[in-house]
Design a protein around this ligand. Sequence first.
Ligand SMILES: C[S@@+](CC[C@H](N)C(=O)[O-])C[C@H]1O[C@@H](n2cnc3c(N)ncnc32)[C@H](O)[C@@H]1O
Length: 304
Amino acid sequence: MLSSLFNALRARPAPQPAAGGAASARGADPAVAQAQALVLEARQLADLGRLDEALAACRAASRVDPDLHEARMLAAALHLPGPNYLDFLAHLHKHVKPANYVEIGVSEGLSFRLVRPGTPAIGVDPAPRVDYALSAGSRVIEATSDEFFATHDVRAELGGPVALAFIDGMHNFEFALRDFIALERLAERSSTLLIHDCYPLDRETAARERATSLWSGDIWRLVLVLKKYRPDLAVHTLALRPTGLGMVRRLDPTSTVLADNYAAIVEEFLALDYAVLEADQAGALNLFPNDWERIDALLDAEIQ
Ligand SMILES: C[S@@+](CC[C@H](N)C(=O)[O-])C[C@H]1O[C@@H](n2cnc3c(N)ncnc32)[C@H](O)[C@@H]1O
């Protein structure tokens, strides 16, 4: 099973370098060749089931060449094995059949296109790059999420409370916190709010400034905020490749705890170092297995 996953990763194109000359410069760099050899070794170790050693080889490759996308993606597949978040979102839309959908951060629309045709759906992105025809009921609004929430009557536009939302916009946690506050206010208790990239791979890919091709940013801080300040919520991080998917249920649209304490919460949680995750990342972030029968059971149980 792991080898078919790694074959799929091999087939996945890496992001293109920013400048045309950069690719040839990288090709001549001995560090790149050394890192590629380490990735090859990591694949062979993974195929033999020696997963810890494979992960160590990936991490060594990233130390030698921090820009080698393949090394990060293979490490992510070893860190959180199994189907990725897009496969799960496709399943979730079929399982939950939400009355409507909001997505913050659309980019090329890989996740936005998974909404079932006919479902009222709004995607929000200041720089969307969707190049396919949107399905009936869907539209993409070119704006930051802050601008969007300030200027739209979202419930009226959707015909009711937000049923399912996916927060995947700006990857600094205070942006995701504001998106969460705005969406919970528009939701109802049985709605589901999803938050991408809650389970970081390593310190470099969790930096607040993007420096790596795979980038989760510091969204992990939001899970810790919700656990501390909103113990009334049901908060899980689903172990979905590449960097986890937060799932929040039992929402309370009347709660003002996060909004009232926003500035103090941001200050408190920005002060945390990544090291707080190192002793028990799974426990700290409420990791839930990538087992869809169990996730479905959780979803069904938590709908009242
Ligand atoms: C990781 S991509 C989204 C990927 C998409 N959800 C998917 O899974 O295919 C993040 C997107 O967030 C957008 N973004 C950045 N800042 C934003 C903001 N303040 N509000 C909304 N979207 C933002 C970026 O333009 C980018 O397209």
